[in-house]
Design a protein around this ligand. Sequence first.
Ligand code: FAD
Length: 442
Amino acid sequence: MPQPRRTAIIGAGIAGLAMARELCCQGIEPVVFEKSDDLGGTWNYDPMTESDPLGLDPTREVVHSSAYLSLRTNLPRQIMGFVDYPFREDEKGDRRTFPGHEEVLRFVKEFAEEFGLRRLVRFGCEVVRVGRRGERWLWVVEWKRKRGEEVLVSEEIFEAVVVCNGHFTQPRVPTIPGIEKWPGYQIHSHNYRVPEPFRDKVVVIIGFGASAFDISRDIAKVAKEVHLASRSPEIMVMKVPNHDNIWQHKMVKYVTEESLVAFEEGSSIHADVILYCTGFKYHFPFLETNGIVTIEDNRVGPLYKHVFPPSLAPTLSFIGLTEKDLIFQMTDLQCKWVARVISGKVKLPSEKEMMASVEEYYQQMEKNGYPKHTTHHLHFKESEYCNWLASEVGLPPVEDWKERMYVESLKSIFSMKDDYKDQWEDAYWDAIIKDASLSKCT
Ligand code: FAD
């Protein structure tokens, strides 16, 4: 197969930008297609919401970002930088350890300016089709761009396509017995922006992640009652300490047309709203691979190391599919690896070997009892995966303190302590980071 050169990147969030930088470092100037008018993806807060608050209607105008107005990072800024480009404080910016979303956007834009990436981005260009053209190794990328009322459609041929379109936009909504007759208002966190619409309401929030935690506290400031429900086995049924109006329950068992919401532990309430913080689905509406890459129960596959479909590698790759990890670091490492593979500096195993690796991973998941929809969670092997990527591109393993800080952040998120972002032990961590950098120099 000829070494691909002309490369398209879909998306100008952190993945697309990191990918663009790495390709430039390898002497390949990519074209970055970005459907919005600015950089930053998720971190580009958009006050607009979709016509269908559940985000399920396929005809709706899709809003990309799921950020809400009060969003602060759930990881400390020290582990939200790129491998070689830390997320430093800015004199005039939000200097908190867990800053607000505007500060992350500022950082992402600074990164793009620093490496001259903006000029590579075609803004307002939504990719609507990526398909193979005749020969196996060419891709046709078709995109549309609005000019006033007019929609212009164009296509171009590329030798490689890197998919960086993000995966926090298409809601996943569980089916609840009785929901079709339940008369209340339903919304997914993707369309949550501010608490005001929930003033004086009784709100049930389903989910147990960072968004459920944040949004429940946000809404509780104005709502009459907030009831958190989750399938997580760790959940304790109780009134949440330090709040007059937040309760925790087991999962919703059923709902009725009398607006009743019944929980698995046996209690029930009458609610006005169900807000789903139940996560997102991978979605590549533009991708045509004749069934080579499929999505089944949120498993995108087959993908070697969550990145390359073996039979289409290295001409097609996916960045940032892995979940629950040091996202910026891992994304950056994936980009470094993919750029070197595309440029021919790093070789992939044979197609057969890559398929065998994918099969082995699936078997391992099954053996450990991990459900299919968690395929791209790394199941506590985040550092192993990061370090594997780092070794592929000749970099040292991810610093030990970053792993420790990540684990500590997760513990804080799940401890449900309201003020953990402002109670972070900065001095303790500063000393650890200083020690680590000293030992590196000697
Ligand atoms: P995105 O940021 O989603 O960017 C994808 C880009 O692709 C977008 O600009 C989009 O417009 C563009 N695009 C999509 N489809 C097309 C198309 N067809 N054609 C052209 N362009 C297209 N991570 C952390 O590390 N720390 C946090 O604290 C944290 N908090 C989060 C809070 C929320 C509410 C959410 C939703 C996510 C959070 N994340 C956090 C994860 C976050 O999404 C990642 O940090 C990161 O922004 C993902 O970057 P990305 O480039 O992969 O995707």
